[in-house]
Write a protein that binds this ligand. Structure first.
Ligand SMILES: [Ca+2]
Ligand SMILES: [Ca+2]
Length: 346
């Protein structure tokens, strides 16, 4: 017989910085109601022609719009956002959120409304509606990528690791192809480590943020956990964001500064943080899965690693992993890999 060892329940914080500097961004209120006036590449792609994504610098930075052109979706893909909930009534999210498949682990109800803003912002980066002629476009463009909202964090963006672990496991059991987890701890947490291992066993690809303390994240959860695909943040010059954590566990880098996305009450705003970088990777992972549903999480990881554009120090480095995520090359490689295990031929 073994005694149950009591475990310290750690509290996590979402990894994001509220972008408050004025003068750095256009008026969002005006942006919301203004029709698209800028000439964007969207008219040349399969993206909705009237949705203006020109303020979303991250999409072109990672060749997201080029990926949309070649993407041939084989089936719907589900991404679980394990976070503060999602504003499922937001006009740019209501057609993308699988409200009935979500769960609120804070009060054990099915209502996953976001009373913070973080989860709504993350969800919009991944999959804001590209076909409704308003607001923004998710990194997946018009691809059929749905969000499973899993609420594990409170209105302050905080939560305990035992509850969060339940949310991760729930997402895996719901069949999430990808899990986005933009949350972190200063140390390793057994609940979280085990939940991520479980999710990978169930076939979910788990994307996490490196954290915002400009410190080594290798000995923290989830960034340093086995099975987590850890994302650091870069700016539009492809330099590591000053706040972004680093370490051997960082696999890839994605845009994480001044990221425009959805916030509750039908609104939009810019935020910065590795919390914003992770959903870019989650979105690209979803596109890989959409292009080739036979691919496993190991395949997706391989593709993301191999197709990343090397930046900063030559080769894989602690600050940006294999480099900047490359949506176009990732979708191309996904298409070439006809079936599971073909990957070994590359
Ligand atoms: Ca939209
Ligand atoms: Ca490098």
């Amino acid at each position: 017989m073994y005694m149950n060892k009591s475990r310290l329940i750690l509290y996590a914080l979402v990894f994001s910085l509220v972008f408050t500097a004025s003068g750095c961004s256009p008026s969002i209120k005006a942006y919301k109601v203004m029709p698209s006036t800028k000439s964007v590449q969207a008219s040349d792609t399969n993206n909705d022609k009237n949705t203006d994504y020109s303020n979303q610098w991250g999409i072109s930075q990672i060749k997201g719009d080029e990926a949309w052109i070649i993407l041939q979706q084989k089936r719907e893909v589900k991404v679980a956002v394990v976070d503060t909930g999602v504003d499922y009534n937001h006009p740019d999210l209501k057609n993308r959120v699988l409200k009935d498949e979500g769960y609120n682990f804070l009060n054990n109800t099915s209502d996953t409304m976001d009373d913070n803003w973080h989860g709504t912002h993350v969800a919009g980066i991944i999959s804001a509606d590209a076909e409704n002629n308003i607001g923004i476009t998710g990194v997946v463009g018009k691809a059929d990528v749905k969000i499973i909202p899993v609420k594990v964090l409170d209105k302050n963006g905080q939560g305990s690791s035992d509850i969060i672990a339940k949310g991760i496991k729930y997402a895996a059991d719901k069949g999430a192809d990808v899990i986005n987890f933009s949350v972190g701890f200063d140390v390793k947490d057994e609940f979280i480590s085990q939940a991520i291992k479980y999710a990978r066993t169930k076939g979910s690809f788990v994307v996490v943020s490196a954290g915002n303390n400009n410190t080594n994240c290798d000995n923290s959860s989830p960034a340093g956990d086995e099975g987590a695909y850890t994302v650091s943040s870069v700016n539009d010059y492809n330099e590591k964001s000053s706040f972004s954590n680093y370490g051997d566990s960082v696999k890839i880098a994605a845009p994480g500064e001044n990221i425009l996305s959805t916030i509750p009450n039908g609104d939009y705003d810019y935020r910065s943080g590795t919390s914003m970088a992770a959903p870019y990777a989650a979105g690209v992972a979803a596109m890989i899965k959409a292009q080739n549903p036979n691919l496993t999480s190991e395949d997706i990881e391989y593709i993301l690693d191999k197709t990343a554009v090397d930046i900063m120090e030559k080769g894989k480095d602690q600050e940006t992993g294999y480099g900047l995520i490359n949506a176009k090359a990732a979708v191309e490689m996904a298409d070439k890999l006809g079936a599971k295990n073909n990957i070994l031929k590359f």
